[in-house]
Write a protein of this length. Sequence first.
Length: 309
Amino acid sequence: MKNIKAFAPATIANFNVGYDVLGLSLNNIGDEVELTFNDTNENKIIQIINGDNLPYEIDENCCSVVIRKIQEAQHDFRGVDIVLNKGFAAGSGLGSSSASSAAAAYGYNKLIGSPYSNKELVAFAAEGEKIACGSAHVDNVAPAILGGIILSKGNKPSDIIELPIIDNLYAVTLYPNISVNTSDSRNILKTDVPLADFSKQVSFMGTFVASLYEKDINLFSDSLQDIVIEPIRSLLIPKFKEMKTIALKNSALSFGISGSGPSVFAIAEGLENANKIELALNSIYDNVDISIQTYINALSKESGARILN
Ligand code: HSE
């Protein structure tokens, strides 16, 4: 095989209850990476489609950095030409660099005969995250590779847990086209958490995981709350409170910030409710001078990285 094209999805990191350790993949939004052996020992970024500000330097682009890490681990330095096609905005809070990193790791692994399992690829893809946003947490790249809801306490395969999914749930995401830098959005967070909040937030995480195994939609809805990060980060997102109120009024099971923002998400039971929530969220931005984009995705375990050709 000389050429391969891989896709990896956008993701909702944190998912309200798991700051830096939990993430959900969004099946139908994502990035494509095409790799072609170029008969040299050098990787080359040939084209970046829809990613005007992304670097072509191979030490700075997350795709080439991930591929290089795999080449070093394999002692196989056959170079590839890389074409990256971005399917959604960088800086959206929907795991933009992760989708590229995950697609590069997944595609390159397949191109060289799949020496690594999907869980093993997470650590390689995390190197792309490190280059793109300075921190190698895997709450975006793990679900971008594996699909579904992933709990990851580290980047070793044994740290990565694929959680069950309740049927007939949809994520409604809204991206307001404003810039929120991930490192700024991390730096504004408090580093101390009051003990009472810590205790409550731990109970939310525990009951959330239990709700998935029990397939208990009420417990799922009650537990998907963030009392630590959201009160601070939501200040950076115009109309956050109004969006949350209208989403919950329109039967959203939960509402929160996707990753470090500015995107937000609601979880709906059934497509009809998802459509209603999408309309309601759109109405909040009707008179705001910020363009938005909304997406609806079914929650599914079959939503991870995949080969397109
Ligand atoms: N867990 C990360 C954060 C996701 O909330 O900052 C963004 O990369």
